[in-house]
Design a protein around this ligand. Sequence first.
Ligand SMILES: *Cc1c(COP(=O)(O)O)cnc(C)c1O
Length: 373
Amino acid sequence: MSRIYNFFPGPAALPQEALAAAHDEFFDFEGTGLSLLEMSHRTEAYERVHREATDMVRELLDVPSDYKILWLQGGASLQFSMLPMNVLKNGQSADYVLTDYWSERALTEAQTVARAHIAGSSKQDGYRYIPTDLYVDPCARYLHITHNATIFGTQYHELPKTYGVPIVADMSSDIMWRKVDVRRYGMIYAGAHKNLGPSGATLVIVNEEFLRGAPKNLPSMLRYDVHIENESMYNTPPTFTIAFIGHVLRWIKAQGGLDIIEARNREKARKVYDFIDSSDGFYVNDVAREDRSMMNVVFNMATPELEARFVAEAKMHGFIGLANRGERGGCRISIYNAVGLDAVDSLLNFMADFMVQMHIPQRPFDHTTLAAM
Ligand SMILES: *Cc1c(COP(=O)(O)O)cnc(C)c1O
């Protein structure tokens, strides 16, 4: 079986070991004689799978006991609405930092159900940096940030000062890229299908105090307290996705934990940025250096035609997912946890070859040979 190098932004590459583990138990889950896909979520076997995945999140991210861990559905996109519906009441408002398309969507959804304001934005500069001059309303119920801007290739490496206003972070594309200090957030949420597993589940880590006083007159499926009460089994959870995430988390542990994963991620990103920066402008990453994403490296080339040719030739050589289909355009290399250093090295070799090939001036057609015939 041959696998190709997958640089898609999400759903994205998964650890081979996790795929193999899911494969091994696919038809017969731990000797039960049935697949996990066929199994009731009310079985002891599934409940253990569910609990183990939750416990590993708590262990890997060192989640304090007054934070709840939830597995929800509806993607990160539903959190754009659930968060303000549960947390903003009686005219309270929230502040949003705009760093890309996803934060714009989060703001728009908040504004459809409550009051939400822009605390800062780098939109006028093509989202090439994380804005630091924020106006955070001291009465805001929370400040929402997009931890890693998947499409524009920026990432928070330092949290903004909020003087007591809780931070809520959309970590869909950089959850588990390293440890974070969970205490610094009121809530963290992440769609699974970038750095955590396949699509279908959203991880929510939320401080109980932050949710205090949430309204009860919301549809049950949209209430955090209902999901907390039922340990994310108020309705049928996405059992296979959660089981698979369990395999990914086990893989992270087997690698030596998040410190090792972080070191690897930094090494991969350093290699890619060093290569791009030393390409004499053939490949250009114009994101502010201190805000560069360790997960999604965006770059441009001289013309859109050259970029399209790059993407097509890369695909012929077995490197897929390199076109940035978002509104930013250009190219993007997504180097999540499951993308190995070997994949990065192979891609950079290809990129070096492509650059040389494009720089060789085409030899003009020699008409004298024609005349001699
Ligand atoms: C992909 C992505 C989303 C959307 O996630 P869904 O689970 O598809 O709703 C939201 N925020 C960020 C930062 C993303 O990268």
